[in-house]
Design a protein around this ligand. Structure first.
Ligand SMILES: Cc1cc2nc3c(=O)[nH]c(=O)nc-3n(C[C@H](O)[C@H](O)[C@H](O)COP(=O)(O)OP(=O)(O)OC[C@H]3O[C@@H](n4cnc5c(N)ncnc54)[C@H](O)[C@@H]3O)c2cc1C
Length: 396
């Protein structure tokens, strides 16, 4: 679809930066929706997000617009896996924080409530979640346990007089200061199992403090949560989340979502780098005419295309129900490794202007670091692949 805007530099992506025609794999109705939503994200979100990112401020108006375009309901509206993935690509291409919000919302919040929740929980929360009128936060990581959370989780849940009493602390939890509830993972003192609980954020004893001064994902409101004797009704336990194994299946899918984000951020970096190379002149001519600059553009597009193609094949096996943790981990690790390299090339291609978020590339450069580390760090995802191919675990 030539002629689409490419961020604030004005030039069209060439040709959509989708050299391998991945978008053509969508069925025609989904393809039309894809172009419509991409147009909206490029024109209404991409440029607008920069100031919010600079101020570490959450764009509530933009979130409502995302809801109007159906992006709060991707998980439950019958979209194909490829369409959902390409929505995450285009969201990340416009703003990585909003793609993080939409991804966590769909994969982890809608996914968990709809698959592991009770009828009553679904009736109470799903309608508002689907339109982004309600938000949930996914609260797994703790101050002392990140990579080793499955074995190390310390937050406790005690059933007492028909109520659960939750105690503990969580760190880095996205949207925790603005969400209606947090999906809190806590260890039941009775049987030692990790279980999922809906904790409304206005319960006494729940406090969330925003983490400021992040180098990336600055629009996402990440927070430290303290849970001090928070009492919730017994039926706030997700009935399907009474051990960590079901949860793990959804965590596998959310790793795949980060792979899509990694592809999207590379398309964004390519858009900006290409436009800049064509507009900036040094030594009396455009940067785009220099061989070393073209090499960087070719490498960036090659990385982005390899990422998109890998993710498209992952979508196929996911749609067929064949996705396993090893493939999700390999894709997440590989794409985010490529994304980090791609934004670094883009950063250098813009020279000094690559340092400033005003030119978008500085924003992408910071955001790529988060993709590399969350949903299982690069190293941990690599070790999951290593374990699968050797039969030996290097991280237990
Ligand atoms: C911006 C942001 C948003 C986030 N959002 C959420 C959220 O919404 N909800 C949520 O629950 N969590 C969230 N997280 C947490 C994220 O998932 C963790 O940061 C991540 O899992 C890594 O844990 P950690 O930071 O505690 O690092 P650590 O586990 O302390 O790791 C530190 C370093 O050591 C390495 N390492 C650890 N163990 C090993 C090993 N055995 N072998 C080799 N290397 C190892 C890691 O790869 C890493 O490089 C977010 C994080 C960030 C930064």
């Amino acid at each position: 679809m030539p002629g689409q805007p490419a961020g604030h530099h004005g030039a069209a992506p060439f040709p959509d930066a989708d050299l391998m025609y991945i978008v053509d794999l969508l069925a025609p109705p989904e393809r039309d929706t894809y172009f419509r939503i991409r147009q909206f994200l490029q024109s209404s979100v991409r440029q607008a997000s920069i100031e919010y990112w600079n101020r570490e401020e959450f764009p509530f108006g933009l979130l409502a617009d995302l809801g109007k375009h159906g992006l709060g309901a991707l998980q439950l509206d019958g979209s194909s896996t490829l369409f959902k993935g390409l929505m995450y690509v285009e969201l990340a291409r416009a703003d990585v924080s909003l793609s993080a919000l939409a991804g966590i919302h769909n994969e982890l919040i809608l996914g968990m409530v709809s698959e592991l929740g009770s009828g009553e929980q679904k009736a109470r929360w799903l309608p508002g979640l689907k339109s982004f009128r309600h938000l949930g936060a996914f609260a797994l990581t703790e101050p002392d346990h990140g990579s080793d959370i499955a074995g190390g989780l310390e937050t406790s849940a005690r059933l007492e007089g028909g109520e659960w009493v939750i105690n503990g602390a969580k760190r880095w939890i996205g949207a925790a200061t603005i969400a209606d509830f947090a999906l809190v993972w806590a260890r039941d003192v009775a049987d030692g199992e990790i279980k999922g609980f809906i904790v409304e954020t206005d319960r006494p004893g729940y406090t969330a403090t925003k983490i400021s001064n992040k180098i990336g994902l600055r629009i996402m409101q990440n927070a430290d949560i303290v849970l001090a004797d928070v009492r919730i009704p017994a039926d706030n336990l997700l009935p399907g989340a009474t051990s960590f194994s079901r949860t793990n299946e959804l965590l596998r899918d959310s790793r795949a979502w980060v792979g899509w984000q990694g592809a999207g951020i590379q398309l964004a970096a390519f858009d900006v780098a290409r436009a800049y190379a064509l507009s900036r002149r040094q030594f009396g001519r455009e940067l785009a005419g220099f061989q070393l600059v073209q090499q960087q553009l070719a490498d960036m597009l090659g990385n982005a295309s390899a990422s998109l193609a890998l993710m498209a094949q992952l979508a196929r096996i996911q749609q067929e129900g064949k996705l396993e943790m090893v493939q999700a981990a390999m894709a997440k690790a590989t794409v985010t490794r490529l994304a980090r390299a791609t934004v670094a090339m883009g950063r250098s291609l813009l020279g000094g202007n690559g340092i400033s978020s005003d030119y978008e590339m500085g924003k992408l450069f910071g955001d790529a670091e988060i993709l590399y580390t969350y949903e299982g760090s690069y190293e941990i995802n690599s070790l999951i692949v290593g374990r699968a191919v050797t039969g030996k675990s290097a991280f237990h």
